[in-house]
Design a protein around this ligand. Structure first.
Ligand SMILES: Nc1ncnc2c1ncn2[C@@H]1O[C@H](COP(=O)(O)OP(=O)(O)OP(=O)(O)O)[C@@H](O)[C@H]1O
Length: 335
C-alpha cells in the first residue's frame, strides 16, 4: 500500500491571495518567501505541504521552534577536514529543503538571529557555512513559508520587511465556503488515493505550469514605465528602503511567467502590489492609493488581503483558477 498522499493543491478552496503568494514564491525563491498571518485551522500548513508536491524535489521540511543554528545550516567536521584534507559537511535543514518548501510555524517565536539567517539564505539561494577557515556552500533554492498568529507576539519590523510577501487570512469563513472546505476534506479523508486520482489532471496542469514559469521567469524584463510605476507605488506606501521595489518587480515577473506572458504588464504589478506592500506600508492604504493613482492614472485595485474576499470564490484574475480551468492555454515551450 503506497503511503497516504497529501491533500492536493488543486483541491484547496478560496484564499486566492494565499495560493498566489505561494506559487510566486515557488516560481522565484529570490522573492524571499511568504509570511502568513492568520488564525488556526485555515489551511496554512496544508497549503504549504501541497505546494511542495508541485515542486520537482517534492520536499517539505518543517523547522522546529527549538532548532539550533547548526541544525539549520548544517555542520562541518573540522577534524575530518584536517585529517583527510576534504570537507566533511553534515547537511542541515536548509540542505534538506533545497528544491522544496521550508515551513516555519510561528516564526514570530523563533530566535531573531535564526530568522535573520533563514531569510538571508532563502533570498540569496545559497547556504554558505564557514568554520575555522574551512568553508562549504550549497544551493538553497527554497520556497520559505512562515506563519504567525499576532496574538502570540509580533515579528520585529526589521524581520517583517525581509519576508518577500505577506498574506493576512481573515478569521471568519462564510458558511458556503465552510461547507465546501469540509465536504472536500471529508472526501479526502474517506478515500485519499481516490481523491488524489480525481485531482490528477488538475494537479498535472499546475505542475506543468509551474515548471514552465520557473524555467522562463529569468528571461522576462520590464520597461522603464513599469519600473516607474513600481517606484511610485512603493514611495506612496511610505516603505523604508528599496526592498519592496525589488520584491515587487520579481513578484510581477513571476506572475507574468505564471500566466505564460512574454512580457510583464501593469496588470502583473497590480496583482502583486498588495502582497508586497501590506506588511511594509507606513502610509495608510487610502492615502497611498490616492498618491499612487496620481502617478499611475489608472488601476484596477485588488482586494486587500484582510478583506472578507479571502474566503470567497476566486476572483476572475485568480491565477490558480486560470490554471485549473484551462481558460488560458499553456504557451508552447520554446526550444
Ligand atoms: N481553504 C481550505 N481548503 C482546503 N482545506 C482547508 C481549507 N481551510 C481549512 N482546511 C482544512 O482544515 C484543516 C486544518 O488546516 P491546517 O492544519 O492546514 O491549518 P493551519 O492553518 O495550518 O492551522 P494551525 O495554525 O493550527 O497549524 C485541514 O484539514 C485542511 O484541509
Amino acid at each position: 500500500m503506497s503511503p497516504r498522499p497529501q491533500y492536493p493543491f488543486s483541491a484547496l478552496h478560496g484564499q486566492p491571495q494565499l495560493q498566489l503568494a505561494l506559487l510566486l514564491a515557488a516560481i522565484d525563491p529570490h522573492i524571499g518567501g511568504v509570511l502568513i498571518e492568520g488564525p488556526r485551522g485555515t489551511a496554512k500548513s496544508t497549503s504549504a505541504r501541497a505546494l511542495a508536491e508541485l515542486l520537482p524535489g517534492q520536499r517539505f521540511v518543517d523547522l522546529p521552534l527549538g532548532a539550533s543554528e547548526e541544525q539549520l545550516v548544517g555542520s562541518l567536521d573540522i577534524q575530518a577536514a584536517l585529517q583527510n584534507a576534504e570537507v566533511a559537511f553534515k547537511p542541515g535543514l536548509l540542505a534538506r529543503a533545497d528544491g522544496g518548501v521550508l515551513y516555519v510555524d510561528e516564526v514570530n517565536l523563533l530566535a531573531d538571529a535564526l530568522v535573520d539567517l533563514l531569510l538571508d539564505v532563502c533570498a540569496s539561494g545559497v547556504n554558505r557555512i564557514e568554520r575555522d577557515g574551512i568553508s562549504h556552500q550549497h544551493e538553497a533554492r527554497i520556497a520559505l513559508v512562515g506563519t504567525m498568529n499576532p496574538e502570540e507576539g509580533e515579528l520585529r519590523p526589521q524581520l517583517l520587511d525581509r519576508f518577500g510577501l505577506f498574506v493576512r487570512l481573515g478569521a471568519q469563513i462564510d458558511p458556503a465556503s465552510r461547507e465546501a472546505i469540509v465536504r472536500s476534506r471529508l472526501a479526502f479523508d474517506r478515500d485519499p488515493h481516490g481523491f488524489v486520482e480525481r485531482q490528477r489532471h488538475a494537479q498535472q496542469a499546475l505542475i506543468g505550469r509551474l515548471e514552465q514559469a520557473r524555467a522562463c521567469v529569468g528571461r522576462l524584463d520590464f520597461s522603464d514605465a513599469l519600473h516607474r510605476q513600481v517606484s511610485s507605488l512603493c514611495h506612496a506606501a511610505g516603505v523604508e528602503g528599496v526592498r519592496a521595489d525589488l520584491v515587487m518587480l520579481r513578484a510581477a515577473a513571476a506572475h507574468a511567467a505564471w500566466l505564460g506572458q512574454e512580457q510583464i504588464s501593469d496588470g502583473d504589478i497590480e496583482a502583486v502590489a498588495e502582497l508586497v506592500l501590506a506588511h511594509r506600508r507606513k502610509t495608510p492604504p487610502a492615502q497611498s492609493e490616492a498618491s499612487a493613482q496620481q502617478v499611475q492614472q489608472q488601476g484596477r485595485q485588488q482586494p486587500a488581503p484582510d478583506s472578507a474576499d479571502n474566503w470567497g470564490a476566486l476572483p476572475p484574475q485568480a491565477v490558480a483558477t486560470q490554471a485549473l480551468s484551462g481558460a488560458r492555454p499553456l504557451p508552447k515551450k520554446k526550444p
